[in-house]
Every structure is written in C-alpha cells, then in structure tokens.
Ligand binder design. Structure first.
Ligand code: FAD
Length: 488
C-alpha cells in the first residue's frame, strides 16, 4: 500500500526536523524518512548562541539545558600574528557544546509529538515524479515500500548530492580530529592558526576534549595522519603540550567542502540544510544556519501549497539562500585574510589568498544570483538610529508646512512574511535606512507615503493617514520618518 503525504522530508538532522516541525504547525501532513537508527553520532556539536532562540521558537528550548551539555565555555583565540586572546562567554553569547546523537534524537521526539510520521531506519533509494506528486522508493530492513508527497524536502546533509551539482565557494580543506582526556587542556575552547592551517579544540560532553585540525588536502597527501596532526599541534602555542600516538588515539577525518547546490529548488524537490549549502566550520554556525534556512523554507513551501503560486515562494527561498551564502562567505574570507600573510608558502593559505569569486562559473539563473551577491560591493548606507523626537511639539511646528520627501528616497519590491506566508510588498529605500523598510512596528509605511498628494501640508497628510491607521501610529511613523530625514 502506498501512503500519501503533502510533504516528505528525507533526513532527520537539524535542517529536516526544523522544517518538519514548522510545517506540521502550519497544518500540513508530513512524513520523514531517516536511514539511521537514532541515536547516531554526528559532527557539529559546538552550537552558536543563535540556536537558542530557534529551539525556543520550535517549542524545544529546554533540550539545550540538558545537564550533560557544556554551556558558556570561554574561548582562547590565537588568530594570525596576534597574541592569544581570551574571549569570555559573556562576549561570545550563550553557545553550548552538545551531544548531537542525543540532541537530534530528542528533537525528533518533539517532531513526533507534533504529528510527524517517521520511517526509520529507512532509506530513500529512488524518486519519480508524476501527476504533480513525487513517489519515493524506501528501503528498510523489514520491507521495501513507497510513499508519495507533493513536496520533497531533501535534508540528507552533505552526502545527499553529487559534487558535480555543487558550486564551490571556497577551497576545500580536510578535517582530522581525535579526543584526548578533558584534563589535558583547560576548560576552554581554543582556536589557533598554524603554518598548514588551523586548529580548534573544545571540551565535549562525556569527559573528553576534542581536537580538530583543518588543513589542505595536498598537505597530507600520502602522509600518515597521526604524525601530520601531531606536527600541527607541536607548532602551536595552545596545543603544543598534547601528544598523540597511533596506539591510543583514533583519528577521524572528512573532507570539508564549501558549496551551494546549483539547483536547490527543482520543481517541488527542495534542498535544505547541508544538502543546499555548507559553511566553513570556522564560524561554528552550520547548525544554526541550517535551522534558520529551514524556517524560511517552511514559509516558502507553505506559501506554495496554500497559494498555488510557486513563483514568489521559489524567489523568496533562493534569495534567502543567497543571503545566507553571501554573508557567511564574506565573513569567512575576511577572517581568513587576517591570517593569510602574503608570504605563507603553505597550500591552505595560498589557496585562500588566490581564490577569486569573480572566477566562479555560472550555469543558470540561480548560480548567477549567487555570483552577483558574492561579488557585488555592499551598498553603502549611513544607517542612523533615528533619535526619539518630542512628537506633539513637532506636529504643531510642521502643521502648515508642506511635506517634502527626501530626494534620496526610492521604492523597491521586497519579500514580506505575514502569517507564515510570503508576499511581495513595496518598501522604502534610503541611505539612512540599514535595509528596505516595509513595516514600522507592524504599520505598513509605503501606502502612507503613497496616499500623499502633491503640495500636501503635514496637517493634510496627518488627516489622510488618520483615515488609514490610528493617530498614535501616525505619530510613530511621522516621528521616525522625520528623524531619519526621509520627510523634511
Ligand atoms: C568537520 C565539521 C565540523 C563541523 N562543526 C560544526 C560546529 O562546530 N558547529 C556547527 O554548528 N556546525 C558544524 N558543522 C556543520 C554541521 O555538522 C551541519 O551544519 C549540520 O549537521 C547540518 O545539518 P543537516 O540537517 O543539514 O544534515 P545532517 O545533520 O548531516 O543530517 C542529515 C541526515 O540525513 C540522513 N540521510 C542521508 N541520506 C539519507 C537517505 N538516502 N535516506 C534517508 N536518510 C538519509 C542522515 O542519516 C542524517 O541523519 C561541522 C561540519 C563539519 C564537516
């Protein structure tokens, strides 16, 4: 028997589970296929402070308070030529070191509590599309079966797609890691650059300290892993006391490529999390970025299913994906540039110095969008925090004066999310605004400016606006526009 759902999610990592929870909350029928039995080990345990608000939003905030997890770890950073710097938790925000095997299993339980239908351990092995629905072939130990969905969310992580479908956004590195007893190092995270790359270490739940080195694949080609890793540790200031040997230390390794998928929204087959894009581990924000993007994708999917118009939904999804990729790439390449001295002969730094976004090849509209975002100069805004103005005297002063709009005011079309649906709205653009403005405290501003007539005084404008929104909102909007010098 074939079971039918509106949405099938493949993969129960943070990306798949975030999307599943939100789409269930929006009233959709959602199934999830996960190939591993949980708990299963997973890398990516150093969670950035921003995940807290996402877990809370999903109704799962208490999961991060598990007594086994390690919150608020200080970090000692020796980046580039500078002296090591101790960054206290208060300066970094409230990150937490978790056990992903445990956390992913608990988040799955939250999703099941909200109505998720789970097939696990079960693996998607084939997919076909017919009559506006996908049919998935699923293989489990007990039997093979089929399920269908109007939308498939591919959350299979980095192994989900072939590398020829990736647009590479930075030179690849290789990660080597092992665990030493917790008391080998201080109870701190440590980050340090060395000749062949950089090193990260942190205590992990379970009384161990994880050390991970990132280097160029060419640096370890044909080399034994333990001596390669030991050489990097010995060069360092923060890790030089650590001694690893073949007998007691198991080294794990993986290639770390930084990419965005070239066709992440294909008909109704949509990639999320690391199936869509990966970040350089330098920022330790992979999980947060994957979850945040899943929240946005859930809105896009809901809009498509509710409005039947995939155009806006897909454009919103692709723009959010481009935003995530561009802001992260700028941050990472800037951070690497600080450490990549012009004479460093090692391939890790040399490749980062020479990597040019301008050389990225474009194969479709989506990759063209990514390249534009990565290579364009950021618009220069002189965003100001408008000062609070005493509004009643200002209104009396302006009452008979004509409204003059700033010559630098422009309008653009932007995405606006209301009630879990995305739509296109007009927005104000001005150098004094940090981003296009649609709403001010939930008051839609462009229609107010639209309602003005040539030669209106402020008194006439206020009377017109009072027919559209309450007087106390008119006061808020006018005070803001005046102090941001959008009206003069
Ligand atoms: C070396 C390294 C270090 C990192 N360190 C950090 C860090 O410190 N902090 C951080 O925030 N992030 C880190 N990350 C990134 C982090 O691991 C990822 O961002 C995160 O796991 C992505 O989540 P996801 O849900 O997209 O995929 P995953 O967590 O990979 O989940 C994918 C799921 O899909 C399942 N699956 C795959 N194929 C199928 C199939 N055919 N059928 C059914 N199920 C399938 C898998 O079993 C898996 O459970 C690191 C990454 C790397 C490579």
């Amino acid at each position: 028997m074939v079971q039918d759902f509106e949405i099938v999610v493949v993969g129960a990592g943070p990306a798949g589970l975030t999307a599943a929870i939100r789409l269930l909350e929006m009233g959709h029928s959602v199934a999830l296929v996960e190939q591993e039995a949980f708990p299963r080990p997973q890398i990516g345990e150093s969670l950035s402070p921003g995940v807290r608000s996402i877990f809370a939003y999903l109704g799962a905030g208490e999961l991060l308070g598990d007594p086994r997890y390690l919150p608020d770890i200080p970090a000692r950073v020796a980046w580039g030529s500078g002296e090591p710097l101790l960054v206290e938790p208060a300066q970094r925000g409230g990150g937490v070191m978790v056990d992903r095997a445990h956390l992913d299993a608990q988040l799955l339980a939250v999703a099941i509590g909200k109505g998720l239908q789970v097939f696990q351990p079960a693996r998607m092995t084939a997919l076909s599309f017919q009559n506006d629905r996908y049919e998935l072939k699923v293989q489990s130990a007990a039997r093979d079966f089929r399920i269908t969905g109007r939308v498939v969310l591919d959350a299979r992580g980095r192994k989900g797609a072939h590398t020829r479908e990736h647009m590479t956004l930075a030179p690849a590195s290789v990660a080597l890691w092992t665990h030493v007893p917790a008391d080998t190092m201080r109870h701190e995270a440590a980050i340090e650059t060395v000749g062949e790359g950089w090193i990260w270490g942190a205590p992990v739940p379970g009384g161990e300290y994880r050390i991970m080195v990132f280097t160029d694949p060419d640096s370890i080609k044909g080399q034994k892993l333990v001596p390669s890793m030991q050489q990097m540790l010995t060069q360092s200031q923060l890790f030089r006391s650590v001694l690893i040997d073949d007998l007691r230390f198991e080294i794990q390794t993986c290639v770390v490529s930084v990419y965005v998928h070239t066709r992440p929204w294909d008909r109704q087959f949509i990639k999320i999390g690391e199936a869509a894009f990966t970040l350089d581990p330098l920022s330790s924000t992979g999980v947060e970025a994957a979850m945040r993007f899943s929240l946005q994708t859930a809105i896009a999917v809901h809009t498509m299913l509710a409005d039947g118009n995939p155009g806006v939904a897909k454009a919103f999804y692709e723009n959010k994906l481009a935003d995530a990729v561009a802001s992260h790439s700028r941050w990472t390449s800037g951070y690497y540039r600080q450490a990549a001295t012009s004479d460093s002969p090692f391939p890790f730094w040399e490749k980062r110095r020479n990597f040019r976004m301008e050389a990225l090849s474009v194969i479709n509209d989506f990759t063209a969008l990514i390249k534009r975002r990565l290579t364009r100069e950021r618009p220069t805004t002189h965003a100001i925090q408008p000062a609070a103005v005493p509004i009643d005297p200002l209104i009396r002063f302006l009452w008979d004066k004509p409204v003059r709009l700033s010559g630098q005011l422009a309008f653009s079309s932007e995405f606006a999310v209301t009630g879990d649906r995305v739509e296109i709205r007009r927005a104000l653009q001005h150098p004094n605004l940090s981003r296009p403005l649609i709403y001010l405290n939930q008051i839609e501003v462009p229609p107010l400016l639209n309602a003005l007539s040539e030669g209106d005084t402020y008194g006439a404008a206020i009377e017109t606006w009072c027919r559209l929104v309450p007087y106390h909102d008119v006061k808020k909007v006018l005070g803001f526009l005046w102090s941001a010098e959008i009206v003069q």
